[in-house]
Design a protein around this ligand. Structure first.
Ligand code: SME
Length: 137
């Protein structure tokens, strides 16, 4: 639909803006629950293309957030045993769930090539962005 296209375009703009304006954001993307399936599907993103366009619930940092409904800050991806590597340059990751009417319907995912870069400020920023995106979905 037209409104879906507009939401995707807006999310693409958010990804581009975040990646270009925050030095420690090297890959920025949205994942969403894929219909009735127990998996996430990649939505708009900025950064290198990833092979991981579908992620089963529970797998990797993203899949864990799909079931925990909580922010997941990873200061050192090498210390995680349930982690899906997208690029060997990535040192850290943050995933923040996106709620619509209290339901976890997706998430924003940031990869950083800088070790341990994320603070509470990043969590607050990404929670705010997700709350804005929720209004246009
Ligand atoms: N590293 C993620 C997979 C997605 S890529 O970062 C784009 C994970 O472990 O879920």
């Amino acid at each position: 639909s037209d409104s879906k296209a507009t939401a995707d375009e807006r999310m693409q703009g958010i990804c581009n803006l975040l990646k270009d304006s925050v030095p420690h954001y090297d890959w920025v993307g949205f994942y969403f629950k894929n219909g009735d399936k127990e998996e996430l599907k990649l939505g708009p993103y900025a950064g290198a293309p990833t092979d991981h366009t579908i992620i089963p619930f529970g797998k990797g940092i993203c899949g864990q957030v799909a079931v925990s409904n909580q922010n997941f800050v990873v200061p050192d991806v090498k210390a995680q045993d349930n982690y899906i590597a997208c690029s060997i340059t990535v040192k850290a990751e943050i995933v923040v769930p996106l709620f619509v009417n209290g339901e976890n319907i997706g998430q924003i995912d940031i990869d950083s090539n800088t070790p341990d870069p994320f603070t509470e400020e990043d969590e607050k920023l990404l929670e705010y962005i997700n709350a804005q995106v929720a209004k246009i979905l």
